[in-house]
Design a protein around this ligand. Structure first.
Ligand code: GDP
Ligand code: MG
Length: 337
């Protein structure tokens, strides 16, 4: 199975413990008040939690440092400082966390809802009350809070593509991916050196949601060249939820309806089950079409669907495309476990 890797580098910082304080009781009928300096509060810890709702590490590109609250300082009257609130960082199920310095794996969040302590908050310091002994009734001593643990980590997530682009060379697959993607995952254990899938993580129309689009080169080219290649790619496509057919709208060898038929035949030839996947059909390069051509495409149906007429160059209908991909993914996406 071909995997894609989404990565993020972040810093996590637990909260520092609050300092203990020196304070003395001052009460009306207690002439020589003893110590009443309270302890500092503990710093908040940082936890990671595996959230099945998240599909990529995209959010971490916008927020690099995750810090839990510091503990509060102690106060007189033996008041302990307030504890710093813990921070729960939500990551996709399947996220591996490594210490950046040592490269060691710190956590591997494989279960939905799994929670792991990553950085422990610093302990609060002691107030002078704690140092009172039989022989020292008036200790002038306190300790400061301990710093919270802090380190840089690398997050890594293996991805599967949600959407596979199906189209002839020059249909505009690469251009579309660069237009809509917010980040580029890396290719992991990829068996081919010459043909590398072009991938993109697309910000979904909902906050904190994203999906992965893959242009699988060689699916069509490979079909005519030899099956081995095509079959390898196919294994990848089998795991995607949605097919997006991209049909070149600029007059060329094939008109969109013909291109669609040929593409479908190629897929069927590999595995008829592929045709059971939900498919969205788009005609590309609307910016390069005449008004008349546009009219024709907007009225036409392909496989009983109204194709979207888009342009990755002008951005025409790209938002509509993203929305309909996202809706379709939502209907089929299996929970990420
Ligand atoms: P791929 O082979 O399917 O990946 O196609 P590319 O994305 O490489 O595009 C092939 C050619 O079509 C390139 O010259 C692109 O600049 C051009 N192209 C792609 N999308 C558009 C578009 O929306 N409008 C126009 N005018 N040209 C496009
Ligand atoms: Mg390309």
């Amino acid at each position: 199975m071909v995997h894609f890797i989404d990565e993020a580098h972040i810093r996590i910082e637990a909260g520092n413990g609050g300092d203990g304080v020196i304070s003395w009781r001052r009460e009306k009928y207690v002439p020589k008040g003893g110590p009443d300096g309270g302890n500092g509060g503990h710093g908040g810890s940082v936890y990671f939690e595996a959230d099945p709702e998240l599909g990529t590490l995209l959010d971490f590109r916008y927020r690099r440092t995750h810090k839990a609250d510091d503990g509060g300082k102690g106060a007189g009257k033996n008041c302990t400082g307030r504890s710093g609130e813990d921070m729960i960082v939500r990551v996709p199920v399947g996220t591996v966390v490594r210490d950046k310095e040592s490269g060691k794996t710190i956590a591997d969040l494989t279960e939905r809802g799994e929670r792991v302590l990553l950085a422990k908050g610093g302990r609060g310091g002691l107030g002078n009350t704690e140092f009172k002994t039989a022989t020292n009734q008036a200790p002038r001593k306190q300790t400061n809070g301990k710093p919270g643990e802090a380190f840089d980590v690398e997050l890594e997530l293996k991805l599967l593509a949600d959407v596979a682009l199906v189209g002839f060379p020059n249909a505009g697959k690469s251009t579309l991916i660069s237009r809509i993607s917010a980040a580029r995952p890396k290719i992991a254990d990829y068996p081919f050196t010459t043909l590398v899938p072009n991938l993109g993580i697309v910000q979904a129309p909902e906050d904190h949601k994203s999906f992965v689009v893959a242009d699988i080169p060689g699916l069509i080219e490979g079909a005519s060249e030899g099956k081995g290649l095509g079959l390898q790619f196919l294994r990848h496509i089998e795991r995607t939820s949605v097919l997006l057919y991209l049909l070149d709208g600029v007059p060329g060898e094939y008109d969109p309806s013909t291109a669609f038929k040929i593409l479908k035949k190629e897929l069927k030839h590999y595995d008829p089950l592929l045709l059971k996947k939900p498919a969205i059909i788009a005609i590309t390069k609307s910016d390069a079409m005449s008004t008349d051509e546009l009219k024709v495409f907007k009225r036409m149906t392909i496989a009983k669907q109204k194709p979207l007429v888009i342009s990755a160059v002008s951005g025409d209908n790209i938002d509509v495309l993203i929305r309909s991909l996202w809706e379709t993914i939502g209907k089929v996406r299996s929970p990420r476990t």
